[in-house]
Design a protein around this ligand. Structure first.
Ligand SMILES: [Zn+2]
Length: 731
């Protein structure tokens, strides 16, 4: 690992931020924090923390000695000065001489000494930074250092490699006691350049930003160099089938078996989004003969537990053509994983005074949010977690009042022959789990190259997973109604398609758009934070490939809006066959291809699904000379009913939206003008030519699709969105 320090970049950062409330020290702190945070081998997703001791004006303008330390909810990679709240240093230092300090008191004292009471909550490792004398202190969870520190004989290995350059701190959970211990070890030999925290991570420090940063790089580089002298072939390969099914087929199966059924509402599931990783390092890891040992040995650093759980789920290699057998085995594996998680929770939560808490006999996969749980991730200036989630078992506040069990589903799944999947309630959370899992794979691989990977005990992992200050990272914001669901919209770059995608996104779903207009669909998807795929829905091979890409990207599919269409005109008895057949290709057969592909994935998931068709009022109330358009649309209405009939018993719902006179898309400004003229009315009157005398918008149509996606017991139905048209009413 090379130092990325650049004098000119450092000075540019100082020039950018320097001002009354941001001195040179804080600006340089921002600069090297970003250097560290930009490398996933050092820190990931809010992990690690940094500080600088400096003098800044308080709110009255008086200079005061402060510790600027990373605040909750900030990522080192893109931190700003606001992400490094200033805390009065003197009171923090005085805490050193206490014997005990509960987590809640620690957080309260840290917040009480903020210069700006609206600043984010300082890191849980603030006191460790405060008790060290150095101006700059850097902390990472570097994978290479963890490969040394996650060993049964880690202390000897670290001492052997670094000699007197670093102090060695035994594992203690973050907080007051760890801060005191680290300070004691530093003081025993103040010449050290850093501290290795066994089974946790590494600190470096120095008098300048550059010194602390470059000491971190040197410590990590030494570990990397040591690992490079380890065994080249770390994992003996397992005997795997000659061929293994692809991620597009496997992901929906795994997504289905890991969804948690809501016991109170049949047909409703707590679903997860999947994020697939299948690079060479991951493959090497999951294909190892000894995977059951090292794969189930625990996390690389306790910080990961909250996102990945302590252990992944391991399933067998999926053989092509035998996915039913794979699904059955995977289902049993998930059930066992969940039973073990309940048992782990019950075992370590023992002593709880609250009889209403979950137990193996009374699991609740839909736990209410934790009492007083903060959400610093979403709102950096949120107040800290309140008392009431005291530590259980070890350390201060040991008289735990009991915890609420988190959902028991796995967050990482290892698939020999294929790779790994991260799971989360959103694509972002799934990516975080997958990123952390990849970093864990790197640490375990390094550890096994030189020795044996060893993690913390289940009791220590439980203490961390159910630590109130750690739980706060997950946030408590109410989830949106379609959270965890994946929606695909065809004709996604058009007016109605895009409005529908936006509405589904706002309701919490992940979005995939398919459109013939490649540039348009990619731009639209990028704006929505979704996946954009260029494909012509009448091209069955391209459509299948697009559905496969959705399955690989998100793990599967729950809602499909089959919306792509175009209007052909002509008097039905006088048009040529080609016109009618072309229209049938797009306005009927493409809907069938879309629905068939969706059902293929939904059947693999086994958690139902929602098919939505845009049929237009032409299906019920044909217009003169619109036969080539209305006839296939009427067939599509029948298609919707057939899907409702054939797949209702397995929870797949099918419904249609029947909209009329929507500006944009098929109805161009020229058409509006021509039709209004033909009827002898103004354009506004033409567009509002319905019972409500009100123009119907694409947003209204989108809203109808969202409502049907949420209507758990509606299938085979038509939602009419046309402002009222008695002639189009079914009879
Ligand atoms: Zn840490």
């Amino acid at each position: 690992m090379r130092s990325l320090w650049s004098d000119s970049d450092a000075e540019a950062t100082v020039a950018r931020y320097y001002g009354a409330s941001i001195g040179r020290d804080l600006a340089l702190r921002v600069y090297t924090s970003r250097l560290l945070g930009g490398d996933p081998r050092l820190v990931l997703h809010g992990g690690g923390n940094v500080s600088v001791k400096t003098v800044l004006p308080d709110l009255m303008g008086d200079p005061v000695e402060v510790l600027c330390v990373k605040g909750s909810g900030w990522d080192m990679g893109d931190i700003e000065p606001a992400g490094l709240p200033a805390v009065r240093l003197a009171p923090l230092r005085r805490l050193r001489w206490r014997d005990a300090l509960s987590d809640e008191d620690m957080v309260r004292l840290q917040r009480a000494n903020l210069i700006d009471p609206g600043a984010p909550t300082p890191s849980v490792e603030t006191l460790l930074h405060a008790f060290l004398p150095h101006k700059f202190v850097d902390h990472t969870h570097a994978t290479a250092v963890l490969s040394l520190a996650d060993q049964p004989d880690a202390a000897e290995r670290v001492a052997d490699l670094y000699g007197k350059r670093v102090g060695i701190v035994p594992y203690i959970m973050p907080g007051f006691l760890l801060a005191k211990k680290a300070a004691e070890i530093y003081e025993a030999d103040p010449a050290v350049e850093g501290l290795v925290l066994l089974k946790h991570g590494v600190f470096s420090f120095g008098d300048s930003a550059r010194e602390a940063y470059e000491r971190m790089i040197a410590i990590v580089s030494a570990a990397e160099e040591r690992l490079s002298r380890g065994r080249r072939r770390v994992f003996a390969a397992a005997k795997l089938p000659a061929e293994v099914a692809g991620a597009a087929e496997v992901a929906p199966v795994l997504r289905g078996v890991s969804a948690l059924a809501d016991p109170a509402a049949p047909g409703l599931y707590k679903r997860f989004v999947l994020d697939f990783r299948g690079g060479p390092e991951v493959r090497n890891f999951v294909d190892g003969a000894d995977l059951q040992r090292y794969g189930l040995a625990g996390v690389a650093t306790p910080d990961h537990t909250i996102r990945t759980k302590n252990f992944p789920l391991i399933v067998p290699a999926p053989e092509p053509g035998r996915l039913d057998a794979f699904a059955a085995t995977a289902r049993v594996a998930v059930e066992r994983f969940i039973a073990e998680y309940h048992a782990y929770f019950a075992r370590h939560n023992a002593g709880s005074a609250d009889p209403t808490l979950a137990s193996p006999a009374n699991p609740h996969p839909f736990p209410p949010p934790l009492a007083g749980e903060g959400d610093p991730g979403a709102r950096p200036n949120n107040p800290p977690p309140q008392a009431g989630e005291g530590r259980v078992g070890v350390g201060a506040g040991g008289a735990g009042r009991g915890k609420r069990e988190l959902d028991p589903a796995p967050r990482v799944i290892l698939v020999p022959g294929l790779g790994l999947f991260g799971l989360g309630r959103s694509a972002r959370d799934a990516a975080v789990a997958a990123d952390l899992a990849e970093s864990w794979v790197a640490t375990v691989t390094g550890a096994e190259a030189i020795g044996t990977f060893e993690s913390l005990s289940p009791a220590e992992l439980f203490e961390m997973e159910y630590w109130s200050l750690e739980q706060a990272k997950l946030g408590s914001a109410a989830e949106k109604p379609l959270a965890g669901q994946v929606a695909l919209i065809t004709g996604g770059a058009g007016t109605i398609g895009l409005a529908t995608a936006r509405a589904l996104k706002n309701a919490g779903a992940e979005i995939a758009l398919i459109d013939r207009d490649g540039a348009g669909v990619e731009g639209a998807a990028a704006k929505l934070g979704g996946l954009g795929l260029a494909a012509d829905v009448t091209d069955t091979a391209a459509l299948r490939a697009a559905f496969d890409r959705v399955a690989v990207r998100f793990g599967g599919l729950d809602i499909v809006v089959s919306n792509a269409g175009a209007a052909w005109q002509g008097r039905i008895g006088e048009i040529d066959d080609k016109t009618l057949r072309d229209s049938f290709e797009l306005n009927f057969f493409a809907h069938q291809s879309v629905a068939r592909n969706a059902v293929r994935i939904m059947l693999a998931q086994g958690t139902g699904g929602c098919l939505l068709f845009n049929v237009s009022k032409q299906a019920l109330n044909p217009g003169v000379d619109f036969g080539p358009y209305g006839v296939p649309k009427a067939a599509t209405l029948a298609l919707m009913r057939q899907y409702a009939l054939d797949y209702g018993a397995i929870g797949i719902r099918a419904n249609a939206v029947n909209a009329d006179r929507i500006r944009g898309g098929l109805l161009t400004p020229e058409m509006i003008a021509a039709r209004a003229r033909a009827r002898g009315v103004g354009e506004t009157e033409y567009m509002g030519g319905n019972l409500l005398r009100r123009e119907v918008t694409a947003g209204d149509v989108a809203q109808a699709f969202v409502e049907l996606a949420l209507a758990r017991t509606t299938t085979g139905g038509i939602a009419t969105v046309d402002g009222g048209n008695i002639a189009a009413a079914p009879r």
